[in-house]
Design a protein around this ligand. Structure first.
Ligand SMILES: [Ca+2]
Length: 423
């Protein structure tokens, strides 16, 4: 009897999820990005997104919707004037100060050590990121992080075969995503070395090949700020995201309570949701709510892992953990590659679970245990995370699947890292 009740509950939530999926990438909205043709043209600008529940600053999706079997990046870029860098005139000249949170704020909010382990953290991305190393250098020098260059052995860029070129054609949206990823890994782990693996296309066949290469080249943490709707075909590459020696960390999505995305939903992958992060007059100095866009879901394909005990989803629930992802409380990113959004290249403010996943990937790198870490270990230490209470990412009658409640909830998982103890 109890089982049938749970099944009824699941069906209800599945129906609700299907009813609120207009923004989903998927066959019903099969608007392909310009990249699918292999054309080097920039991705067409996407329509201004509509936040599900709260009005916020203007944003655009950094990547367009895709069809099944392909992934979109999961970043949102601010396009309002408040996100522009501030120009401050001094006796020495004009200083440009980024808007958005930098590494110092993120370190303070999540109680991170300034110096951690020297893990190799990989960023898997589709298409080329032409200015990756130069933009990473600007980000790190601006915020006082140690240099991370190919010359000093900290930074390495390869194609999906593991070779230093030739690289795929660039895409303005994915290139911006790449800068966000590299810079968030740096914020989460200033001491880590970084491997950028550029997949030939946004097809999962190529992204999985790039992931396999990241493991082969020694990465112990692999960041995936992209996703595509889960489907039966994902089992052909699922094991690539759960290889011995490396933990995959993936974005839960930017479209609220809806269908699950791969790779975040896959077994062994740490699915990272999103929060809004504010300064607060409390002991921590900060507070977080569920971000209205944070992806959360009850899988239709992936069995419930033993460490998940939440009652209203019989299959895998996404997310596991979370960190800042709301573009309204977004992070500073330096990207000099021409973007398709009409924003001057340079300092931008970004959000999306594309920010939170590489930030947490960096934190695991800082802890230094990526080669053995698995999501189940976090569930044994709920005290090691800031419980996110408040906020919602959809309509589910106030259930934990779409509402920030005490304890585990799907949009924020166990919460956000309180130092590195739970990682
Ligand atoms: Ca919670």
């Amino acid at each position: 009897m109890a089982l049938s009740v749970r099944r009824t509950t699941l069906s209800l939530f599945t129906l609700i999820a299907l009813a609120v999926t207009p923004l989903l990438p998927g066959p019903a909205v099969a608007a392909e990005t310009s990249r699918a043709s292999g054309s080097p043209a920039l991705t067409a600008a996407q329509p201004v997104s509509a936040a599900p529940t709260t009005a916020g600053p203007r944003t655009q999706d950094v990547c367009g919707a895709t069809t099944i079997g392909k992934a979109r990046c999961l970043a949102k870029v601010r396009t309002d004037a408040a996100a522009a860098p501030r120009q401050i005139r001094t006796a020495a000249g004009t200083l440009t100060t980024p808007s958005g949170y930098g590494p110092a704020e993120l370190r303070a909010a999540y109680k991170l050590p300034a110096v951690g382990a020297r893990s190799l953290v990989a960023v898997v991305i589709a298409f080329d990121v032409p200015n990756a190393e130069a933009d990473l250098a600007t980000y790190r020098s601006t915020f006082g992080l140690p240099a991370c260059t190919s010359a000093n052995g900290c930074f390495r860029k390869v194609n999906q075969n593991g070779d230093p070129g030739p690289y795929p054609a660039p895409d303005g949206g994915w290139a911006l995503e790449g800068s966000l990823d590299l810079q968030m890994v740096s914020a989460g782990c200033p001491s880590c070395t970084i491997l950028l693996v550029t997949a030939q296309t946004n097809n999962f066949v190529d992204l999985a090949a790039a992931t396999r290469t990241a493991t082969r080249l020694g990465a112990t943490v692999i960041s995936h700020s992209y996703g595509g709707n889960e489907w039966g075909g994902m089992w052909s590459f699922a094991s690539v995201y759960n290889q011995p020696g490396a933990i995959s960390v993936a974005s839960s999505g930017d479209y609220g309570f809806t269908a699950a995305l791969a790779p975040a939903v896959l077994p062994g992958v740490l699915g990272v949701g999103g929060t809004s992060l504010f300064r607060a007059p409390n002991v921590r100095g900060w507070t977080e709510d569920v971000w209205s866009g944070a992806g959360s879901s009850c899988s239709a394909y992936v069995a419930k892992p033993a460490h998940q005990t939440d009652p209203n989803c019989q299959m895998r629930t996404v997310s596991d953990l979370s960190a800042v992802a709301d573009p309204a409380t977004g992070v500073a990113v330096y990207d000099s590659y021409p973007n398709p959004f009409g924003i001057p290249p340079g300092w931008l403010v970004l959000g999306g679970t594309s920010a939170s996943a590489p930030l947490i990937a960096g934190m695991i790198g800082s802890k230094g245990n990526g080669s053995t870490y698995r999501p189940g270990q976090a569930y044994k230490k709920p005290w090691a995370f800031y419980d996110v209470i408040g906020g919602s990412n959809g309509f589910c009658g106030g259930d934990y699947l779409c509402t920030g409640l005490k304890g585990y909830d799907a949009p924020s998982g166990l919460g956000s890292p309180k130092g590195l103890n739970g990682l």
